[in-house]
Design a protein around this ligand. Structure first.
Ligand code: GDP
Ligand code: MG
Length: 163
């Protein structure tokens, strides 16, 4: 079985941009509007040494009780259930948000292994950018830029190391 890496995080952090880079596709919609990805999107990972699957999820707002946002969270939870590894994406430019902390808690409770990716980190000092995200309790943050590709290959290699 190919390991399945599932991309999670709140809306607009760059999950679909990462998905597109990992799968070298344009399948996932990338938008300035948060939450355009409502369903799960599956793709074959093209980077990394071993065959693997990538899943993109919609924005994750666990508190939403109804509507599209609730449906997106439901989809994300279903995706987490089938994950071998979670790629938890946060936004270097926005910094740590309360929503990130809620999601981190949920991911930890899923019992799945988590890799923390601090996206939009191009042109920023890695140590400075990482510092505040240790608080998420998801291990050492990997600073990446999905838009430019920085650190993405390393992230995949790290994710696949345990399979
Ligand atoms: P999603 O809602 O998490 O799937 O986020 P998207 O992939 O749709 O991206 C949201 C916005 O962030 C878009 O305007 C992207 O162009 C932008 N974005 C994504 N990755 C990066 C990055 O690495 N650097 C910068 N500066 N912007 C990015
Ligand atoms: Mg998206």
């Amino acid at each position: 079985m190919k390991p399945t890496l599932v991309i999670v995080g709140r809306p607009n952090v760059g999950k679909s941009t990462l998905f597109n880079r990992l799968t070298r596709s344009r399948d996932a919609l990338v938008a300035d509007q948060p939450g355009l990805t409502r369903d799960r999107h599956y793709g074959h990972g093209r980077l990394g040494r071993k065959p693997h699957l990538i899943v993109d999820t919609g924005g994750f707002e666990p508190q939403a009780k109804e509507g599209i946002v609730h449906e997106m969270a439901r989809q994300a939870e279903a995706a987490i259930a089938e994950a071998d590894m979670l790629l938890f994406v946060v936004d270097a430019r926005a910094g740590l948000t309360p929503q990130d902390l809620v999601i981190a808690d949920l991911l930890r409770r899923s019992g799945r292994p988590v890799l923390l990716a601090v996206n939009k980190g191009e042109g920023m000092d890695r140590a400075v950018v990482s510092a505040e995200f240790y608080e998420l309790g998801c291990g050492t943050p990997c600073v990446i830029s999905s838009a430019h590709g920085d650190g993405v290959r390393e992230l995949v290699d790290l994710a696949l190391d345990s399979f």
